[in-house]
Design a protein. Structure first.
Ligand code: HEC
Length: 576
């Protein structure tokens, strides 16, 4: 993609207990299918964890989840034993994690407690309390052991019988969790499937039976989902009335519980972004609780009936100049490499682009588009003009700034298409707003690339990093992480000259399908000497559903079956 001249301008740029409680029965008999349903959560360090991902690892035998809560002595006193269990069994296919569902504990407090007590397990933060509700969590210090094969709960209860509220024995006599783990590893049936687990009470919200579609759910869908899930929209189905939404409700719960939708992947702990299209934990809870309660409709007109947000032809208004890509045909099936189309620049002089917008001709197949300007004689001299990815609505540059498009430079469109199941055509257009007057603030883009890596075949989490120092002060308006199909996560951290550190943004579950640019709500001021560290990880395993070939070691390359470490930062230099 872009080499050498890396100046780039981004455009974008407890009744649930019924499911799992083991009242003497086997877990398999107690739930719908006995399986613990998939979920994904971030841990106290902002790392992304998905249950099914771990259960599907070829070496995985099971997962032990321990309910944590800050300040609970019955949790704190179990840390050494949990760390020992982890050390003893992690190599034998048992994964250990804690789950914090306490409404009173936030992530930084949990991280502080983890540090103080030397907790070596990731602590997953269940901020909606929906996972705890599903598991029927009542108290902390309880362990849940999930079998990787059946996904069923095979043990729930205390780690052992050493602790009780009032008394503590020097040695445990019953090693419940260890015994259950040993059985799981050897493939035998777990004998003791449950035990009393003394712990601190976990307060879960009352089941709200009054949530209705008309009053509560439809308004959330309207603001968070229907922009795309509308007729002719980006989403694969339209949320156009009650029965449509009800029909999709189980899928909706699934994508919310696994953090797939809405497609906003920044960790909410770090930074505020102007283009944030995420969902709050409260809203998520409302939607999932409503689905768990069998989707009551409520009284009154259907708020989604006839509601269809019509996207304007051009989000930024009619452009002064439109450049159309000649019609492209897209085959019904297959995975396509990027298509490059180079067109003449329509201006006979230098112009200053004040806003740019790409209008995909056919959103069923246009995956992303990147437009660069290329020097007419030296195509290695290339600079970013703008980009489109699902969800972008064009780019305006900060007041008084612009991107320079030099006279004679060509416009190169890199088009990435995905098959839709039928033959499609597409005419994508680039809309330009510009001035012929030079601007004094050129909007520039710094590219942070790291070519120097080899991702081993099969690696679940292989990362690298790259840092650079800002030599003259800058105001930063946009940050964009970019990797290919194996991209797993990327974060930006600023280290200021005074030693202060700040993460801005962190994308813990990067998804190649959503090439997002993160626009800070307030532009970031970086004094000269600020160091930016970009860190990433790839997933080159067979568990990554996008991985084109997990058997290959992968290096840098332009094609999507190669990989990239490519982060961009859109900024204006500060006058000294
Ligand atoms: C920016 C556009 C956009 C927004 C906003 C959005 N979606 Fe989606 N949704 C998509 C696209 C595109 C897909 C197809 C899968 C993909 O590309 O990830 C999808 C897929 C889904 C699916 C899965 C369909 C399937 O069978 O795989 C569900 C369910 C869903 N969205 C629900 C929601 C909900 C609920 C919200 C709001 C909380 C939401 N979406 C917000 C664009 C969007």
């Amino acid at each position: 993609m872009l080499r050498e001249k890396s100046i780039i301008t981004i455009a974008l740029t407890t009744s649930a207990c019924a499911l799992f409680c083991l009242s003497g029965e086997t877990a398999a008999e107690s739930g719908k299918s006995g399986a613990v349903e998939n979920f994904a959560l971030l841990d106290h360090e902002g790392k992304f964890h998905e249950l099914d991902y771990y259960l599907r690892m070829p070496t995985s035998k099971g997962i032990a989840l321990f309910i944590q809560g800050n300040g609970c002595p019955l949790v704190q006193k179990r840390v050494p034993e949990l760390n020992r269990l982890k050390a003893a069994y992690e190599g034998k296919g048992i994964l250990f994690a804690m789950l914090n569902a306490n409404m009173q504990d936030n992530r930084s407090e949990i991280a502080a407690e983890a540090k103080e007590f030397g907790i070596e397990l990731p602590i997953l933060k269940d901020e909606t309390q929906l996972v705890a509700e599903r598991l029927g969590v009542l108290r902390t210090a309880e362990a849940f052991l999930i079998d990787a094969k059946s996904k069923a709960l095979v043990y729930r209860g205390a780690i052992d019988d050493r602790m009780n509220y009032q008394k503590e024995k020097p040695e445990a006599e019953q090693l419940y969790l260890r015994d259950a783990i040993e059985s799981l590893i050897t493939g035998e049936e777990v004998v003791v499937k449950s035990s009393d687990a003394p712990g601190c009470r976990v307060v879960l919200p009352e089941k709200d039976q009054s949530i209705t579609y008309v009053d509560h759910v439809a308004p959330i869908l309207k603001s968070r989902c229907v922009t795309c899930h509308t007729t002719g929209g980006l989403g694969p189905f339209a949320m156009s009335n009650y029965s449509k939404v009800k029909g999709w409700s189980d899928m909706i719960a699934e994508v919310l519980m696994t953090r797939q939708m809405p497609p906003w992947h920044a960790d909410p702990e770090y930074g505020k972004f102007a283009n944030d299209c995420g969902i709050s934990p409260e809203e998520k809870r409302t939607l999932v609780s409503w689905i768990n309660a069998d989707c009551p409709k409520g009284e009154g007109d259907d708020p989604l009936e006839g509601f269809s947000p019509v996207a304007p032809e051009w989000h930024l208004g009619e452009p002064q100049k439109i450049v159309a890509v000649p019609e492209q045909t897209v085959e019904p099936e297959g995975v396509f490499d990027y298509r490059n189309v180079t067109l003449d620049n329509p201006f006979g002089e230098d112009v200053w682009l004040t806003a740019t917008e790409i209008r995909p001709g056919n959103t069923r197949v246009v995956h992303h588009v990147i437009v660069t300007a290329v020097h007419p004689e030296a195509d290695r001299l290339e600079k970013w003009v703008t980009g489109y990815a699902p969800g972008t609505e064009g780019s305006t540059y900060p007041e008084g700034s612009a991107v320079k498009l030099p006279k004679g430079w060509k416009l190169k469109f890199q088009l990435h298409y995905t098959a839709s199941g039928k033959r499609e055509t597409d005419v994508t257009e680039l809309g330009l707003h510009y001035s012929t007057e030079p601007t004094k603030n050129e909007f520039k883009t710094k590219v942070v690339m790291n070519h120097d890596f080899k991702i081993p075949s099969g690696a679940y989490d292989f990362g690298t990093e790259k840092e650079f120092t800002i030599h003259s002060g800058a105001t930063v308006y946009a940050l964009n992480p970019h990797m290919h199909y194996r991209g797993k996560r990327m974060s930006f951290e600023a280290e200021f000259p005074d030693g202060r550190k700040e993460i801005l943004p962190s994308v813990p579950n990067y998804n190649f399908n959503w090439q997002r640019t993160y626009i800070p709500e307030t532009p970031l001021e970086f004094p000269a000497g600020t160091k930016i560290v970009v860190r990433n990880a790839w997933d080159n395993s067979s568990l990554n559903p996008h991985n084109p070939d997990p058997s290959k070691d992968v290096r840098w390359g332009d094609q999507t079956f190669d990989e990239m470490f490519f982060a961009t930062i859109g900024y204006i230099e500060k006058a000294e």
